[in-house]
Design a protein. Structure first.
Length: 331
């Protein structure tokens, strides 16, 4: 039975070997990578990824990454393709084929039919001079790598390199297509990514849930507004006579006001104008900002609420951290 240190040494050796392979690949990227990016970005149909065994699993992941970043993509199993699924491929498609050796029989049997269809072929392989590499329109050759498996057999380093190269392709294509955060949001409506890419206006408190109070109102009136507004937001947005946002006052501010009143032995604060105690220039967010960005501001500033102010300077909403927490319970 191996010792703990022996197990850790083995894991560290594997990680170091894979990291070294990735570092070497950084130095060997060339014009073929650029050509592959241009081919995928200009694809008028779909990017069809294919591979078998562990390379097939990596091909599925690369296709999923492309699809989630705005490039229509699908996975085609080589064996199924030879039995009818090749009908999924059109001349407008680009096929991205993965094979470490470049001699995978199932992939090689696809080359001729793919050429007949008119689809373009990009190969990711360790050997540009392999049969797959020679027949591809573009070859991404990462060179022979030593598998990190103790037996030197199980696909480890090779699949890591394939995956990293696929990620680099997908991100470069994303940049070429100029995918915006709004575009990205359309492909990720669920989960934490989808929630982060929602806009503030979709989750902010507004209407009868928006605690607004006029400038010049007393602190007592501000407290009444906090308490009576639906949802009890624990904050008020102060509005100037011209309708513009004038300031912000929260439960935390109220506690600080009370402590200051006790220290100065001045207890007439409830009758004082809100203008004297409000924060006149608080940090705000715009209704069109992303929820993920607003969440970051809440965390960095260590506050629970953010006033939402439109481009004209009018208060239009309130973003409460509790509402963002409630989003996590959504499917």
């Amino acid at each position: 039975m191996a010792t703990d240190e022996h197990i850790l040494d083995g894991a560290r050796t594997l990680l170091a070997a894979e990291a070294q392979a990735l570092s070497l690949m950084v130095e060997t990227l060339d014009g073929d990578f650029v050509r592959a990016v241009r081919l995928l970005a200009g694809c008028e149909g779909r990017v069809v990824t294919t591979g078998i065994g562990k390379a097939g699993i990596i091909a599925r992941k690369i296709g999923a990454t492309l699809a989630s970043t705005g490039t229509p993509a699908d996975y085609l199993h080589p064996a199924e393709a030879l039995h009818g699924d090749l009908g999924r491929v059109t001349r407008r498609d680009v096929v991205l084929a993965l094979s470490n050796s470049g001699t995978t029989e199932e992939l090689l049997r696809l080359v001729g039919p793919l050429k007949d269809i008119g689809a373009r072929l990009v190969a990711i392989t360790a050997d540009a001079d392999s049969p797959l590499g020679r027949h591809a329109d573009v070859v991404l050759d990462y060179g022979r790598v030593t598998e990190a498996c103790p037996l030197g057999l199980a696909p480890t380093t090779s699949t890591t390199v394939m995956l990293a190269l696929g990620d680099a392709l997908a991100m470069a294509v994303l940049s070429e297509r100029r995918l915006s955060p709004e575009d990205f949001a359309r492909f990720h409506p669920g989960g934490d990514i989808g929630r982060s890419l929602m806009k503030v206006e979709e989750v902010m408190r507004k209407g009868e849930m928006l605690p607004l109070i006029a400038a010049g109102s007393s602190l007592s009136q501000a407290i009444e507004c906090m308490t009576s507004t639906r949802g009890r937001p624990g904050a008020v947005l102060v509005v100037a006579p011209d309708g513009l946002f004038a300031g912000f006052y929260t439960d935390g501010d109220l506690r600080r006001t009370l402590l200051a009143a006790r220290a100065s032995n001045r207890f007439d604060m409830l009758a004082r104008p809100i203008d004297e105690v409000m924060t006149a220039r608080p940090i705000t967010v715009a209704p069109g900002q992303l929820v993920g960005e607003a969440r970051r501001l809440l965390r960095e500033r260590q506050v629970d609420q953010l006033p939402v102010v439109d481009a004209a300077g009018r208060p239009v909403g309130l973003l409460d951290v509790q509402d963002l927490l409630a989003l996590r319970s959504l499917p």
